[in-house]
Design a protein around this ligand. Structure first.
Ligand code: BGC
Length: 267
């Protein structure tokens, strides 16, 4: 398979841990230039960059809060100064602030929306501006830019106790589709990946607890918790010319979590 990511410039938000870290490293192994965005975990971002360099890629770490317009503009400017362009945005930085609905504070709601949805808007807008500057592309040309939004199975699976998070992910679904429609004629592709339970810091309290882990596995027909690499491989493919006719779609990387697991022996 020709993934042709060598020399591509890829900006990954939230790349200091978890899925974002796995994705940034996977692009590094394809010899891409990777901008490793982080919010607070500088050591994590440095580890990501080390792995990228070991894999044959290059890059730099960039602290930025994706929910702040000026931070996002500065980050894309730094990418332009370093590599002249951006070819792929993986908008991945996301948070959970869980609470029963009646007790959910406005701050918990806003934090999640600002990072998970507004952050995706701000980063995508900068990426689209850069893609637009690449000049006209004909119908037979490959995409001149790619955006991958990291969503979640909770863009379609309702999640009690996590209404802010699920709402942000549902929003990403329509952000992805509407933007894909708008920019497809310009040969820009927009897709989403919706992971299920991938073992990262965000859900460590679940997979690290024997009882909760057992309960979680009941929701996964494939009977294993995912790894960041499971998602990273799909991201590399979605950013490559091998998927050139794929736009406006979501790939669920979830071990079957969206298949109504309760129906495996019932119904
Ligand atoms: C959440 C995880 C959760 C998974 C499956 C993800 O989007 O961030 O905490 O384990 O969905 O429910």
């Amino acid at each position: 398979m020709s993934t042709q990511t060598a020399n591509q410039t890829v900006l990954v938000t939230g790349a200091s841990s978890g899925i974002g870290q796995g994705i940034a490293i996977a692009f590094g192994q394809k010899e891409a230039n990777v901008i490793v965005n982080y919010h607070s975990d500088e050591d994590g971002a440095r580890q990501t960059l080390d792995e990228i360099e070991k894999g044959g890629g290059k890059g730099f770490i960039c602290k930025a809060d994706v929910s702040k317009e000026e931070d996002v503009a500065r980050m894309f400017q730094a990418a332009l100064e370093a590599y002249g362009t951006v070819d792929v945005l993986v908008s991945n930085a996301g948070i959970q602030q869980d609470s029963a609905f009646a007790e959910m504070t406005l701050d918990q709601w806003n934090k999640v929306m600002n990072t998970n949805l507004t952050g995706y808007f701000l980063c995508a807008r900068e990426a689209i501006k850069i893609f637009n500057q690449k000049g006209e592309a004909g119908p037979d040309d490959k995409a001149k830019g790619n955006i991958i939004f990291m969503s979640s199975v909770h863009d379609i699976i309702p999640w009690a106790g996590h209404v802010n998070y699920a709402s942000s992910k549902g929003g990403i679904l329509m952000l992805m589709k509407s933007l894909a429609l708008e920019v497809a004629p310009k040969k820009i592709r927009i897709n989403a990946i919706s992971p299920g339970a991938i073992a990262t810091d965000i859900n460590e309290d679940v997979w690290n607890d024997e009882e909760k882990r057992k309960e979680l596995l009941k929701l996964i027909p494939y009977k294993r918790i995912g790894k960041p690499e499971d998602v990273a491989k799909v991201a590399v493919w979605l950013a490559s010319p091998d998927s050139d006719y794929v736009t406006g779609t979501t790939i669920y990387v979830d071990g079957g979590m969206t298949l109504y697991p309760g129906f495996v022996n019932n119904g």
